[in-house]
Every structure is written in structure tokens, then in C-alpha cells.
Write a protein that binds this ligand. Structure first.
Ligand SMILES: [Ca+2]
Length: 529
């Protein structure tokens, strides 16, 4: 981030605080009276005391979530921030009554480009006693078209909405409770992981503890990778080359080929970077095409997605490929390449090029120049990503960061998350000087943020609370896998680059029979001189 940007932000922050007219400095403010707060560039639209078991979020619950649960009582504050004339950033702040408040604040993240309040995340924070806040990031809906001709809205999405939400929420919580929160946390996965990284890098004092799940923080390059993967898996007329069944065939073969790489046959690829499975081994006999094999075009498509995208001019690996094993491992489109690569009628996020970069709705992905256009996007849309590897300011402010990644993630490639960790370690002076404030936990057989054949459910919030509040750093996170709501496998996730090794005794489905051991990773070898 540029110094100019940082200065501007700091000034913006101090203005925000200095300009607030607080009705009462010492005492708490009744919920309804919070609507009278005057905060520059922020309008408090409503402040409503919500009685227990009476609130239903205005949107339908996400698929698979079930009906909205009954909630305890809270104060619901709805606000809009307009840091620029073109901004319209909506957010909600939920504040428990004093007796139910755990004294802490939790900001929550978003998914994809979706301009919507994250009610599921607000609910889970409120139920733990947190005062909590979520924003729509300044636009409505998952379509990136909102940014056409609205560069300030793109910046709101990129980083500004989350920071303003955080600043404003802390202030409103302070007014509601009569004191500032003792600790502040940010919790997000996917785009939320990107937002988490952005906060750690751009606003190192916003949060005491941050959770960055499957962080899509290398977003410029990831967007190029989406273009490449789509072009690789579709014919010139846009027809898909790979079916769901063929993708499942590849996953099965990849797992069969690489399961034993870690010496434990548990149906999981421990580290896909060590898996050299070649889709060509599934090639049909010349002229044949049936359910058990891949045609030459299908082999070619799979190989290109595995191998990732290179700069054609310099040969530099521009972005990693998607991991072997991530092709299709479940029933839903997001448990494989279908949702973001093969089933899409057009490349995922192609609108970033059409509407944000070239302002040309007819732009054709086949004209993309992976050298020239990358340099152009890096220059034009730096606020779209969070890739500063120098986390010294965050470390210095006492911040703690827990990141996690599923080795089967078909959306945000986990190899990139690991590479980012290695990059930070290099800048910070090694793994020892990194793990005292930032730990990455990798999960074999886990998909995007959750799901997958491996243990994929963790309680990172509790681990982070222990680290921030008691100084107990997480040496492992226990992940669980469930079938039909029943836990059938547990496994420790280890701080990168350590991995979980079976002790040789007892069930391989029980975490107690595994120990975290440090190993040298292929890319760590490459980067350590
Ligand atoms: Ca294995």
C-alpha cells in the first residue's frame, strides 16, 4: 500500500472519531437513541431493540443452512456510510444487552462479490455474546457490473467498506455499552479471507485477532486464472469440454495415485503439490470415448487447469493451477470445478475485465494478453487485492492471525495460500518470527471453506480467543468430518509447514493418534537458500 493512501486513511479515521457528538460519555445509550448519533459520512437509518425470538433476517437463509434460528434479544443498528459522493455502503451492527455481552466485538466478512449483509455470520457471532457487524460492501448482488463507471464503488468493495464498518461499529458499540469493546476480531472466509488479509495489511490496528479462511487475497492474479481455466475447459464456441462425471473420474484417479504419498492410505491427498498425477493416464484408446476415460481434448483441458497459467512472455508462473483432487469430490457444484470453471456460461468474474478494466461489455476472453493486461490490471486495480507480505505493522500492534486452507479447495487454490505464507515468512525473517503472530492451518481433503471428504469443520474463533486473550498459541486445530450430522473422523490440522502424522497406533479416524511434525515442503526448499 502506498504511503499516500495510508495517510489519507489515517486522516479519515481521525475525522470520524473527532466529529462524533456523543450524547453521554460515561453511560450507555438506549438502543433507540443510537439513531441520534452524528457520525460524519454515516447515516444511522434505524436503531431497533429486538426482543428475543422475534427476529427473522430479511433474506432467505443460504442453501443448506436450514430455517433461521431463534435469536436472543439484541439492538439492531442499520446504517449507511458515504465516504465519497458515489458511495452507498450499508451495514448492520448487532449489539447484545449489557448482561449478555461478552465485552468484545466481531466484524464478519462476505463471500464472492456478493453485496449482501452476512446474516449467518452475524447470528453465529451474536450467539457467542459478541457485538458484531456486517456490510454489503457498498453494492447489491454478486454481479460485478456495479463497478462500471463507478471506480469509488470498486474501492469500497476492495477494502473501504470493511474498514468503515469496523470504525463505525466500534464507536456505536461504545455508545451502546458505555465503553469500547475489550477486544476486536475479524472472521471471514473466501472473499472474507481476502477482507481479513486486507485489514491485517491496510489497517493493522483495527483488529486484535483475525481469521482468514481460504483467502482470495491474490485477487488480480486469481481473476486471470479464472479466465485461463475457463478458456482451457471450453471450446471456441463456449461449449464445456468436461462433464461432472468426467471430473469425478479424475478426482478418483488422482486420489488413488497420491493417497499413499504421505504413507497413510486414508482416502486423502495430504499435499497436492507433491501429487504428480497426470490426467493423460486416463486417456481413452484412440477414437474411443466412454465413462471410464478422457478424450484428448478432455486430457488437455484437465492438464491446463492443474498446471495453472504462465506469463507467455517471461514464462513466470502467473498463478498456480487448481489442486489435483479438487475436480469433483461431492454432490454440489461448489465441491469441484463446476461452479467457478466448467459449468459457467462465461468465465467467472469476466466482468472485472469488461466493466472494471476495459469498460467494454463485448470484451472477449480469447483476446486476453496474460503479460500486458496483467501489468495493466496491477496498475489500475491495486485496491482489489491484499498481497503485501510485510505484516510487521500488524505484528507490532500485537495482532494475531489464523489462516486456514483446504487442500481440495476448487475455488481459491490452497497452493497460493501456502505460497503467500512462505512469502510472508521470508519477509518477516523466517517461520519462527512468523508463527508467533500468524499461523496457517492446511486441511487435507477439505474443500472451499468447509466440506469435502477430509475433516473440514474447525472452531478457529475459540483458538483465536485463546491466543489473543490468554497468550496460548494454537499448536493444532482439531477438525471434524461428519456424515449425516454424526462425527466420523477427527484429525489435527497443523501449523504450516508442519503436517499431521499417524503415530501408528489406534484408529486413523481419531485426532489423538496423530502428531504434528515439521517437514520440508517442496516450495520451502525452493525459497530457502
Ligand atoms: Ca493419504
Amino acid at each position: 500500500m502506498s504511503r499516500r493512501l495510508l495517510t489519507g486513511l489515517l486522516i479519515g479515521t481521525s475525522v470520524l472519531y473527532a466529529g462524533v457528538r456523543e450524547p453521554s460519555l460515561a453511560a450507555s445509550t438506549a438502543c433507540a437513541n443510537l439513531a441520534a448519533l452524528t457520525i460524519p459520512n454515516v447515516t444511522v437509518n434505524a436503531a431497533t431493540a429486538v426482543a428475543a425470538a422475534t427476529f427473522t433476517p430479511p433474506t432467505a437463509p443460504p442453501v443448506g443452512y436450514g430455517p433461521w434460528p431463534q435469536l436472543p434479544a439484541f439492538c439492531r443498528v442499520e446504517a449507511t456510510a458515504r465516504p465519497t459522493a458515489d458511495s452507498e455502503i450499508k451495514f448492520e451492527i448487532w449489539i447484545p444487552p449489557a448482561e449478555a455481552w461478552n465485552g468484545k466485538f466481531q466484524g464478519v466478512g462476505n463471500g464472492g462479490y456478493n453485496g449482501t449483509i452476512s446474516y449467518t455470520a452475524l447470528i453465529s457471532a451474536l450467539k457467542r455474546g459478541y457485538a458484531t457487524a456486517s456490510t454489503d460492501t457498498g453494492h447489491t448482488g454478486d454481479d460485478v457490473k456495479f463497478g462500471q463507471g463507478h471506480p469509488e464503488k470498486v474501492i469500497d468493495y476492495g477494502w473501504r467498506a470493511i474498514h468503515l464498518m469496523t470504525d463505525t461499529a466500534k464507536l456505536i458499540v461504545r455508545n451502546a455499552q458505555g465503553r469500547f469493546a475489550d477486544k476486536s476480531y475479524f472472521v471471514g472466509c473466501s472473499a472474507g479471507g481476502h477482507q481479513a488479509m486486507s485489514e491485517a495489511q491496510r489497517f493493522p490496528d483495527d483488529y486484535d485477532g483475525i481469521i482468514a479462511g481460504a483467502p482470495a487475497n491474490n485477487r488480480v492474479r486469481q481473476t486471470f486464472a479464472f479466465m485461463h481455466a475457463w478458456a482451457a475447459t471450453h471450446t471456441a464456441d463456449g461449449s464445456p469440454i468436461l462433464t461432472a462425471a468426467k471430473l469425478a473420474l479424475v478426482t478418483k484417479a488422482a486420489v488413488a495415485a497420491c493417497d499413499a504419498n504421505d504413507t497413510l492410505k486414508d482416502g486423502l491427498i495430504e499435499d497436492p503439490r507433491k501429487c504428480t498425477f497426470d490426467a493423460a493416464t486416463l486417456a481413452c484408446k484412440p477414437g474411443a470415448d466412454d465413462a471410464t476415460c478422457l478424450t484428448p481434448a478432455q486430457v488437455d483441458a484437465v492438464k491446463k487447469v492443474h498446471e495453472g497459467v504462465k506469463n507467455p512472455k517471461t514464462g513466470e508462473q502467473l498463478f498456480t493451477g487448481w489442486p489435483r483432487g479438487s475436480e469433483n469430490f461431492g454432490e454440489t457444484a461448489i465441491q469441484g470445478w463446476r461452479q467457478y470453471i466448467t459449468d459457467s456460461k462465461e468465465p467467472s468474474r469476466v466482468g472485472v475485465f469488461k466493466y472494471w478494466l476495459f469498460n467494454d461489455p463485448n470484451w472477449d476472453v480469447r483476446t486476453l494478453d496474460y503479460d500486458r493486461d496483467l501489468a495493466y490490471m496491477d496498475e489500475r486495480l491495486p485496491h482489489m487485492q491484499a498481497i503485501d507480505r510485510d505484516l510487521s505493522p500488524f505484528k507490532k500492534s500485537g495482532g494475531k492471525l489464523i489462516s486456514y486452507a483446504g487442500w481440495m479447495d476448487p475455488v481459491v487454490p490452497p497452493q497460493d495460500t501456502a505460497a503467500f505464507y512462505e512469502g510472508v515468512a521470508k519477509v518477516m525473517g523466517g517461520y519462527d518470527k512468523t508463527r508467533d503472530f500468524y499461523r496457517l492451518f492446511t486441511a487435507p481433503g477439505m474443500g472451499h471453506c468447509s466440506g469435502g471428504p477430509g475433516p473440514n469443520t474447525i472452531d478457529a474463533v475459540t483458538a483465536l480467543e485463546q491466543w489473543v486473550e490468554k497468550g496460548v498459541a494454537p499448536d493444532k486445530l482439531i477438525a471434524t468430518h461428519s456424515t449425516a450430522g454424526k462425527v466420523d473422523r477427527t484429525r489435527p490440522l497443523c501449523p504450516y509447514p508442519a503436517v499431521a502424522r499417524y503415530t501408528g497406533k489406534g484408529s486413523i479416524d481419531e485426532a489423538a493418534n496423530f502428531a504434528c511434525v515439521t517437514q520440508e515442503t517442496p516450495s520451502a526448499k525452493r525459497t530457502s537458500r
